[in-house]
Design a protein around this ligand. Structure first.
Ligand code: ATP
Ligand code: MG
Length: 420
């Protein structure tokens, strides 16, 4: 072992488990890609203001969890704690939001960083796959995104994912609710930090995970009772589309979520098998975010699903993903001449699209066969001096143990035939 270890709150993805992570990323992205979302990749760090303005000064993410640094030139940067603000910035900077091009639909996949108390399912470096639809106010678009996420979980074989749904209102009705909630919260017995939060972003108090706070929130006014007619109608249409698509949801009038910029549709996917880190993904509509970071009005909606917690959820449910075979064919040469010949065959097989590997390091036949077994290959190619003299390669079926001599000059075609 190296004397230097990975930093606290991080872990490495190593084979064979890393294959599961790749498969999860792909499975989450697949429905979005099929729905016309294009791939976007942004830097791992951004100007601090993007997040302090775009995520919100009153959020834990910005006040406690952000990794910030000052460059030698004096620029204040932050490792990205989430994806939405960056994706919106990139779309604005790249002028993707031209009229006629809306909504701009984008998906992403990457690493995010938050300085949190590490525990199972909560890390300082974690992975998300996200999707954002920028520049359209259409309840069907909100529904589309939720359906795509639900379909991703379903495709992965997860059965215990629940969808919680709420509306946070808009510029018209949210302020009225906000004031009513503030009135209620000011009457409670809360610590100083929380009292400050009441004045900056009272909705966030509803998201407080502490039992002592939650107990006092029992009689808090609900946003559901304060939605304006337009928000009510919008939310009703989202729910209608979800029902029509067979996506089950639970209304949760207390669902707010960690970021400041959400309006109207808000949702979270939770899993029962993950202890207190139960949120596997979440998202919602953020109609005001573009203006908050200096852009034009660009009503948008999106989600980010946690890859790490999705992998934990699969484990909790005992779901084994069908993973692509790493190696189809493994070559075991016996002798120097056979090494050269089989190495050339392996190269040819790979160029023909066959996943092939080779017993490197000149190991003895016993160790080489062990490697062949471990590789999971369906066929092993074995050749020694006598085979080469006969211009054949022995092809061993690893399942049946059966071995046949195949002419060397037709080996690639023969192997492809066997694999088909
Ligand atoms: P939580 O309430 O658990 O802190 P969050 O509301 O901060 O979650 P989001 O910002 O909505 O999470 O991020 C979307 C998803 O990313 C989460 O649902 C979760 O699956 C994942 N995620 C967030 N923070 C972490 C973390 N520190 N470690 C692992 N996964 C995370
Ligand atoms: Mg969090």
């Amino acid at each position: 072992m190296s004397t230097i270890q990975a930093p606290k709150g991080t872990y490495d993805l190593l084979p064979p488990d890393s294959a599961v992570f790749l498969a999860v990323r792909e499975a989450i992205a697949a429905p979005a890609r099929r729905a016309g979302y294009g791939y976007v990749e942004t830097p791992g760090f951004e100007h601090v203001e993007l997040f302090s303005r775009g995520v919100g000064e009153s959020t834990d993410i910005v006040t406690k969890e952000m990794y910030t640094l000052t460059t030698k030139g004096g620029t204040q940067l932050a490792l990205r704690p989430e994806g939405t603000a960056s994706v919106l910035r990139a779309a604005l900077e790249g002028s993707l939001h031209r009229a006629g091009n809306l909504p701009v639909k984008l998906w992403y996949s990457g690493s995010y960083y938050r300085y949190e108390a590490p525990q199972a399912g909560r890390y300082r470096h974690f992975s998300q796959v996200g999707a954002e639809a920028l520049g359209a106010e259409d309840p069907m678009l909100d529904a589309e995104l939720i359906i795509l996420a639900a379909d991703a979980y379903r495709a992965l074989g997860l059965r215990n994912v629940r969808l919680l749904l709420n509306s946070l209102g808009d510029r018209a009705c949210r302020p009225v609710y906000r004031a009513a909630l503030q009135d209620f919260l000011r009457g409670l017995d809360l610590d100083e930090d929380t009292r400050r939060r009441i004045e900056i972003n009272p909705l966030r108090v509803l998201d407080d995970k502490r039992e002592s706070v939650q107990r006092q929130l029992a009689g808090a006014p609900l946003i559901t009772d304060h939605l304006c007619e337009a928000c009510k109608a919008y939310h009703e249409q989202v729910r209608e589309q979800l029902a029509a698509a067979g996506v089950a949801y639970e209304d949760d009038p207390r669902l707010v979520r960690g970021l400041d910029y959400y309006t109207r549709t808000t949702f979270e996917f939770v899993h029962g098998g993950l202890g207190s880190q139960s949120a596997v993904g979440g998202g919602g509509r953020y109609d005001g975010l573009s203006e908050m970071i200096g852009g034009p009005s660009l009503p948008s909606v999106g989600w980010a699903l946690g890859v790490d917690r999705t992998v934990l959820a699969l484990r909790a449910e005992g779901v084994e993903l069908p993973l692509p075979a790493g190696t189809d064919v493994f070559a075991v040469p016996l002798g120097e001449e056979a090494r050269r010949t089989l190495f050339a065959v392996v190269t040819e097989l790979r160029r023909a699209g066959v996943a092939a590997d080779f017993a490197f390091g000149g190991k003895g036949v016993k160790n080489a066969m062990k490697s062949a077994n471990r590789s999971g290959a369906r066929f092993t190619l074995v050749a020694g001096d006598r085979d080469l003299a006969d211009a054949v390669v022995q092809v061993k079926d690893m399942e049946s143990g059966e071995q046949t001599a195949v002419p060397l000059d037709g080996i690639v075609a023969a192997v492809k035939e066997l694999l088909a």
